[in-house]
Design a protein around this ligand. Structure first.
Ligand SMILES: Nc1ncnc2c1ncn2[C@@H]1O[C@H](COP(=O)(O)OP(=O)(O)OP(=O)(O)O)[C@@H](O)[C@H]1O
Length: 624
């Protein structure tokens, strides 16, 4: 891909000069010249200025703080003690912290140079991190707010082992995200624990403009560095890389899946795609669906979201970025992979839905078109009210083109995919019918999406009442609309309920199916006994002779049920016994026992002889 990275002079033109080992490393990386943001921010940050840096995604902001940190710590006269740190880099996600740590590793190979440590939790306990800190004595910590807070301040009875009095540089990467409500208390706790005499740098492609946030972080007479980008043709200022082509497709909610498949199958050159979904549940569900669709056969599909355990997240992320670009690959993810991640060779970004936070839109797009390479980002918008979003983005200096991937409007082909695999949504429903787990996942995904939709920042554009939830449910391949407050009294002609016998709708997973059957038989058993009791109560009014007789009989029943029920519930696990048989067996056995009891009474009253009693009982026992 042609690289049209705006260059801003060679590294040796910087004042103060960079260390020889830094220059050598940059040369091995093939970075002959600085990017504009590096040329602007590095000298300031190295001259003890607080900086607020805003530059588009993929413009090299990471080195704009990594290099000053390295230069500052290697030029210290007094070496840091083992328990002292000189720099702290805070990021909103584990993957981003891992990525920044790997950039430090490239420069700090020599053991005589400052050391760095990654503090993100997830796979290590706080005690592991404390032990590693004591062992390694890092000068630089890179991490996420939660675990950094625990290490720097202590947690519960675990005291802090980190001495921050010599700290010289604090960096907040994706600062506007860190300053959001989500991290504010943790961030405040960390910042109040740091010396006021330090350099602070805030970096992001969508920097916060609120001065209050900046002062909260303790910046003083900071310098704001804003690196602008001009559209190559119109010369208008824009907030996204000049090499990024952002397109938008307007379609019906139930056509989104078909559009996604068309985009992927029609792109001839693009290999790696990132597909953003609204919620973790949507990622999980559509991952299962897409991996089963024949239209995407041969394409490797991966999923990533914040609710996955760290090991699996790291493994998925690493396997996706290390995939060769010889065949197509999709990464379905949430906004956990929206900011900062420098994934090489991502050709195209597809946003199935706009993000709740409009700032995230440009971060998502910015996973492609990095370091001057070309990239394409496509947004799917629902026809109607959501189209206002295009102008909303343009006001925020994010240029978006309307693309012509419009599906034919006539209803019979609305969800038919060009690839001729028949009615796509019928295919999805068949996939869902084959495994009850997909029905559960699809319902959860739909509910999470509806809830997501109600929390858009630009709520005047994204209004639930304007969204045809029947078409959304159809697009999710649901068999029926879930019971949820948002659907109370909801009527639609655009969703046809699929009748399915829920008692017979099985899980593909055998152990889950067995558990379901157990629950079903308990429910049936309880129902049978309750209905039996209600029936009897109706036959024998309270206080009558027959009611007294029945009460006595029920006493015997209770005794029987306690013993027999345990036996039958044990037997129920036998694979050859379906739930309905459990009820029949209980019923048959119960009749025999009542007969035994009647014969015992007759024998007691002398109405039958012992031989006759034993004969009757003995004959019955051979029926097992
Ligand atoms: N001077 C340079 N010359 C060429 N490539 C560079 C240079 N500096 C950084 N890069 C490369 O550009 C890519 C983007 O860099 P980086 O991840 O720092 O961007 P960013 O501005 O932090 O993006 P984001 O806003 O998404 O976090 C990386 O692959 C990096 O290796």
């Amino acid at each position: 891909m042609s690289t049209t990275f705006a260059k801003a002079g060679t590294w040796d033109s910087l004042e103060p000069k960079l260390s020889p080992f830094v220059l050598e490393t940059l040369a091995t990386l093939g970075f002959s010249e600085m990017t504009p943001v590096q040329a602007s921010a590095i000298p300031l940050f190295m001259k003890n200025k607080d900086v607020v840096v805003e530059a588009v995604t993929g413009s090299g902001k990471t080195l704009a703080f990594v290099i000053p940190i390295i230069e500052k710590l290697t030029s210290r006269k007094k070496r840091l003690a083992k328990n002292e740190i000189g720099a702290l880099v805070i990021t909103p996600t584990r993957e981003l912290a891992q990525q920044i740590s790997s950039v430090f590793s490239i420069f700090l190979k020599d053991p005589s140079l400052p050391k760095h440590a990654l503090i993100i939790g997830g796979t290590t306990t706080l005690h592991d991190d404390i032990a590693e800190f004591k062992e390694l004595g890092p000068d630089i910590l890179i991490g996420t707010p939660g675990r950094l807070q625990d290490l720097l301040i202590g947690k519960g009875s675990t005291k802090s082992v980190v001495n921050t009095k010599e700290l010289e540089i604090l960096v907040l990467d994706e600062a506007d995200r860190l300053l959001d409500m989500g991290f504010s208390q943790t961030l405040d706790n960390i910042i109040t624990h740091l010396p006021k005499q330090r350099r602070t740098g805030l970096f992001s492609a969508t920097m916060t403009d609120s001065i209050s946030e900046v002062i909260r972080v303790g910046l003083r007479n900071q310098v704001k560095v804003v690196v602008k980008v001009e559209d190559i043709i119109s010369k208008d200022e824009q907030r996204t890389p000049a090499t990024l082509d952002i397109g938008c497709i307007v379609c019906e909610p139930h056509q989104k899946l078909a559009q996604l498949i068309r985009i992927i199958n029609r792109e001839k050159t693009a290999r790696k795609y990132i597909v953003y979904y609204a919620t973790c549940a949507c990622v999980d569900y559509f991952y299962k669906i897409l991996t089963k669709l024949p239209q995407l056969k041969g394409i490797s599909i991966h999923s990533l979201h914040g609710k996955m355990d760290t090991k699996r997240r790291t493994a998925t992320y690493q396997s996706f970025i290390n995939l060769p670009t010889t065949s197509k690959a999709l990464l379905l993810c949430t906004d956990v992979a929206a900011r900062g991640l420098d994934m090489p060779d991502v050709d195209s970004i597809i946003q199935m839905d706009p993000p709740q936070d409009p700032k995230v839109f440009s971060h998502r797009c910015g996973r492609t078109a990095r370091a001057g390479k070309k990239g394409k980002a496509i947004l799917l918008l629902v026809k109607g009210r959501e189209e206002v979003y295009i102008d909303f983005l343009k006001i925020r200096k994010i240029p978006v083109r309307l693309l012509s991937y419009i599906l034919p409007d006539n209803s019979e082909t609305q969800d038919t995919v060009d690839e001729g695999n028949g009615n796509l949504l019928k295919q999805v429903q068949d996939i869902v019918l084959a495994d009850r787990d997909l029905h559960d996942k699809g319902t959860k995904a739909f509910v999470s999406y509806v809830r997501f939709y109600t929390k858009h920042d630009a709520s005047y554009i994204f209004r639930l009442k304007d969204l045809d939830l029947g078409k959304v449910a159809k697009g999710y391949g649901l068999l029926r609309l879930p019971k949820m407050p948002e659907l109370k009294d909801y009527k639609t002609n655009n969703f046809e309920e699929f009748t399915v016998d829920m008692d017979e709708y099985k899980y593909a997973d055998k152990s889950r199916e067995k558990k379901r059957r157990q629950k079903l038989s308990e429910k049936n058993l309880k129902y049978a006994m309750q209905s039996d009791k209600i029936y009897k109560r109706r036959q024998h009014p309270k206080g009558s002779w027959s009611a007294k007789k029945l009460a006595k009989q029920r006493k015997v029943e209770r005794k029987f049920k306690k013993t027999r029920k345990k036996e039958f519930l044990k037997k129920r696990n036998a694979d050859d016994m379906m739930s309905s048989n459990v009820i029949d067996v209980v019923g048959d056995e119960w009749e025999e026992l009542q007969k035994e009891e009647r014969l015992a009474k007759k024998l007691k009253k002398g109405k039958i002889k012992k031989e006759e009693y034993e004969k009757e009982i003995g004959l019955n026992n051979n029926l097992d």
